[in-house]
Design a binder for this molecule. Structure first.
Ligand code: HXC
Length: 515
């Protein structure tokens, strides 16, 4: 054959492979509002930047008549591309080919692109749309999953790993995402479960729809398995692009700096946002917006454990990770879910050289039988561990309440914060004045002629003594009591002054966090 003939043979083979599961399967995919795997990759990557590899890989199934079947690309697309001009490795499962199910060669394609991402030290993005382990390939499918999970774990903390759930993902198809750093879901399209409604019905006799069992909202709001919720696939891809603009390619780099921009203070003015009444709630996200560049705050886990807020913003062009108690929800208490949420975010930032800014206003850990029995001790310990372990610059601003364990946990000096600032409105104490007065002045209150009057007197006495930042400042636990309007300038100074911070913890194989 001449070069021309061989080239035209190549083109024919490519056309055949690029047809995926064929017209009927593609129409079925589109009818459910889903893009095809290739459309997704192209929509996510910068225009014309995606290059596909291993198009001609064939599946290795031999049982149940699989040997006669042609599964183009073995149901997964792999390649490299760029997002915002920065390199990434990517794979997308093709549900039109055997339901995107994972056989041995399908897994080999994924592990090969993961290995490349590790060699090139660039993020790996996985678009998951799969019925799980390919049943016909038996233990080889399970082996494939094991190899992926192993690589997810090895890559953890070295390159960012992003998972996108764009279809019904069952069984093994949800465990790789669970091992990655960020999981994106799309309303009505994403479903995640270990076993689907049919298995649940046959084993437990319980009936539930796929959406109610493991739909996008369930995972974004209730389980916390998803970090980002999108209305559509395109909305989801825009969110991924935005996330990529805030994080570095790998753990040896810092996030790319952006031009410095002032906050939009006309819209976000601290004097208007922060209430004079210490009992009045406010939206801490507006406080963050009043401080950061262009008032842009990109929230992670927005719908889950809303009593704590975490996300990215920039200070003088540098990415920082914010962790802030949210007085609007449960007065911003720490509980099992909010501790998990914050601890995970802190560990990502620490692994990827993103300074932490903590905004504190909380009454402490949430008391109650439910929380105690749900393991608030174990979960709450995660945030202590994550902050203590983190060696990136750690800056803390106490705006109002910092009571009890909450004071310690929210990146106090005692967990080795680098800078702790407090607003004059800060109250740093073992507990709130009402609770404290009832305990330490119990006898005086009980024996008083007018107990209610005496309680008020004692509460005031306690408040005058402790409900301020000056007792803590007198011990050096606060570096500076600052005017709220000065917060941005001081944080920028602290970030700039900490730029060369290079601290490492004691040498060990690894710690044992309270997972
Ligand atoms: C082989 C599969 C498959 C699988 C789907 N298909 N899942 N083939 N192995 N796991 C095939 C179907 O046979 C069908 O082929 C095509 O993909 C499309 O599937 P449909 O069922 O028609 O699609 P839909 O109605 O949208 O339902 C999607 C689904 C359902 C909910 C995902 O297919 C399903 O329940 N699949 C099985 C899910 C499951 O139990 N997986 C767990 C595997 S065990 P045709 O030829 O008809 O088009 C596992 C263990 C790993 O993953 C554990 C690691 C820790």
């Amino acid at each position: 054959m001449s070069l021309k003939q061989k080239t035209s043979d190549l083109k024919r083979r490519m056309r055949e492979a690029l047809q995926g599961g064929g017209e009927k399967a593609i129409l079925k995919q589109k009818a459910t509002g889903k893009m095809t795997a290739r459309e997704r990759v192209v929509a996510l990557c910068d225009p014309k930047s995606f290059n596909e590899y291993d198009l001609f890989v064939e599946h290795a199934g031999r049982d149940f008549d699989m040997g006669d079947k042609y599964l183009p690309g073995d149901g997964v697309i792999t390649g490299t591309g760029t997002i915002n001009g920065y390199p990434i490795c990517i794979y997308a499962q093709d549900f039109t080919v055997a339901g995107g199910s994972l056989g041995w060669m399908h897994a080999k394609k994924i592990t090969k692109i993961m290995d490349l991402a590790m060699k090139l030290k660039v993020p790996i993005i996985g678009i998951n749309d799969s019925g799980g382990a390919r049943i016909q390939e038996g233990v080889n499918s399970l082996a494939g999953y094991g190899e992926i999970f192993y690589r997810n774990t090895q890559a953890s903390g070295i390159i960012p790993q992003i998972s996108v759930i764009l279809g019904p993902c069952a069984g093994g198809a949800v465990y790789s995402p669970a091992l990655t750093d960020f999981v994106f879901v799309v309303d009505k399209i994403s479903k995640m479960f270990i076993t689907g409604p049919e298995v649940i019905k046959s084993v437990l006799g319980e009936e539930i729809s796929m959406e109610d069992l493991g739909g996008a909202r369930v995972h974004a709001e209730t389980t916390g398995n998803a970090h980002f919720f999108a209305e559509s696939e395109n909305d989801c891809f825009e969110q991924i692009k935005k996330l990529c603009s805030y994080i570095p390619w790998n753990n040896t780099k810092k996030a790319e700096p952006f031009p410095k921009k002032p906050p939009r203070t006309r819209q976000y003015n601290i004097d208007e946002i922060f209430p004079s009444n210490p009992r009045q709630p406010y939206d801490v996200r507006d406080v963050i917006r009043s401080i950061v560049d262009d008032s842009e705050f990109f929230e992670v886990h927005e719908l889950f454990a809303q009593n704590i807020v975490v996300g990215y913003a920039r200070l003088a062009g540098q990415t920082v990770g914010f962790i802030a108690n949210q007085p609007l929800v449960l007065a911003g208490v720490l509980d099992c879910d909010s501790s998990d949420k914050a601890a995970r975010f802190i560990r990502f930032c620490d692994a990827f050289n993103i300074p932490l800014v903590t905004i504190v206003d909380l009454p402490g850990y949430l008391p109650g039988v439910d929380q105690e029995h749900a393991g608030v001790i174990r979960h709450g310990a995660k945030i202590l561990y994550a902050y203590s372990e983190a060696t990136v610059p750690k800056l803390t601003v106490i705006t109002r309440k910092a009571y009890g364990g909450g004071y310690i946990a929210m990146c106090s000096h005692h967990l080795h914060a680098d800078f702790v600032f407090a607003w004059p409105t800060a109250e740093i104490a073992v507990m709130g004045p009402e609770g404290a007065a009832n305990i330490i002045f119990r006898n005086e209150i009980k024996n008083a002629e007018n107990p209610d009057e005496m309680r008020k007197v004692k509460i005031k006495e306690y408040k005058d003594k402790f409900a301020n930042p000056y007792v803590a400042a007198a011990y050096g636990y606060i570096d500076a009591v600052i005017e709220p309007q000065e917060t941005r300038n001081l944080l920028i100074h602290a970030i700039e002054i900490s730029y060369q911070k290079d601290e490492t913890g004691p040498s060990k194989k690894h710690g044992i966090p309270p997972f």
